[in-house]
Design a protein around this ligand. Structure first.
Ligand SMILES: [Zn+2]
Length: 374
């Protein structure tokens, strides 16, 4: 059965919530062309909404193209087919292809662009380089009759509650007695109107990020047998997961910059990088950021990085890095970001499998290289 564009947007919202996009970017991300109600059988993931990617998506029967870079970077005053962006919009409409993007929201999340880059370079003890948001955590306590404890526990965990590090479905339960007096109009699952009921119940508690609250409550209500579910939600002071720009970590052991650069080239499949720094100086603490990252030079310096690996860094940011003793490796905007295409496609396939959706997830071809060296 086909799924709606809106349903896939819902999945993307869990992977890279729109609210995590940087302020300057929030209006650009999301659905740019098409309707959430369109039904699709295929979705394609690409780095850029280029005419080639759109043509490939149309060719392969995709109804949705998800890209990292937004199509409408600037407000579009007119949709004219004598402009490149206008032609892409017209072509997408003509072929009933929806266009959606997750940009800085996909940069900052765990499993997003910079976190994948850190992983690809084999960094250890990886942390966010510049925090932009920290998830608020909540405690959910729900009172469940003993017969339904397992079903509710499963539903809470499946909806994303009770995740602690590498553990899912974490809950705690304590048995007790619930009481209630069904009033006029009540249709109680146990007991009868006008008689005080005493029921063996379990106080089931778990932790969850605030962003999942609605989904978790819905999942809980779906399997809880009571007409009126008794539950409490408490705000917590525990620190949730950080999201932010870039990542910083360390190499398993120090190595000279020259050797590290060779490893970066091989990890990213590029023949050349631009770099600043002394090749024989050892590096161990590595900051990374996909795409343009010159703004992160001061942060990398103050977090004690020896080298910043980025897509591209402007001349003056490079000068500043040199003055601060920070080496810089610019490996190419696309080379540092394209890791996200297969990774995002994999996540979408997992979600589609989990939800038993019959939707095929395709990855766009690599496209033509923009910058050549010569
Ligand atoms: Zn980019």
């Amino acid at each position: 059965m086909a799924v709606s564009v809106g349903a896939l947007i819902g999945v993307m919202e869990r992977i890279a919530p729109r609210r995590l996009a940087l302020d300057s970017d929030r209006e650009r991300v999301g659905l740019a062309v098409g309707s959430p109600e369109s039904l699709i059988e295929r979705v394609m993931v690409a780095l850029d909404p280029t005419p080639e990617a759109v043509a490939e998506a149309v060719d392969k029967g995709a109804g949705l193209l998800i890209t990292h870079h937004p199509l409408l970077f600037r407000p579009l005053p007119a949709v004219r087919t004598d402009t490149p962006v206008g032609r892409v919009v017209a072509s997408a409409f003509a072929h009933n292809l929806a266009l959606f993007s997750a940009h800085t929201n996909l940069d900052v999340v765990e499993g997003g662009v910079s976190s994948l880059l850190a992983e690809r370079l084999g960094l250890k003890e990886v942390e966010v380089l510049e925090e932009t948001e920290r998830e608020r955590l909540l405690k959910l306590v729900v009172f469940v009759p003993e017969s339904h404890v397992e079903a509710v526990r499963q539903a809470l965990g499946d909806a994303g509650a009770g995740h602690l590090g590498n553990y899912s479905h974490c809950t705690f339960g304590v048995s007790g007695t619930g009481t209630f007096l069904p009033q006029q109009g009540a249709e109680p699952y146990v007991g009868e109107r006008g008689v005080l009921a005493r029921v063996a119940e379990v106080r089931l508690e778990t932790i969850l990020p605030e962003s999942l609250l609605e989904a978790v409550l819905q999942a809980m209500r779906r399997v809880h047998p009571y007409e009126e579910v008794a539950y409490d939600v408490y705000p917590l002071c525990n620190q949730g997961k950080a999201a932010g720009l870039g990542r910083i970590g360390r190499l398993p052991e120090p190595r000279p910059l020259g050797e590290f650069i060779a490893a970066v080239k091989s990890a990213l499949g590029v023949d050349e990088v631009a770099y600043a720094g002394e090749l024989d100086r050892p590096v161990v603490r590595v900051a990374v950021c996909g795409g343009s990252a010159g703004d992160l030079v001061p942060k990398a310096v103050c977090r004690g990085a020896d080298v910043l690996v980025a897509g591209e860094v402007k001349y003056h940011d490079g000068l500043l890095a040199r003055q601060e003793g920070l080496a810089v490796v610019a490996a190419g905007h696309d080379a540092t970001e394209r890791l996200v295409v297969p990774a995002l496609a994999r996540r979408l396939r997992q979600e589609a499998d989990r939800l038993r959706w019959e939707v095929e997830v395709l990855e766009a071809g690599p496209g033509e290289v923009l910058w050549r060296t010569g």
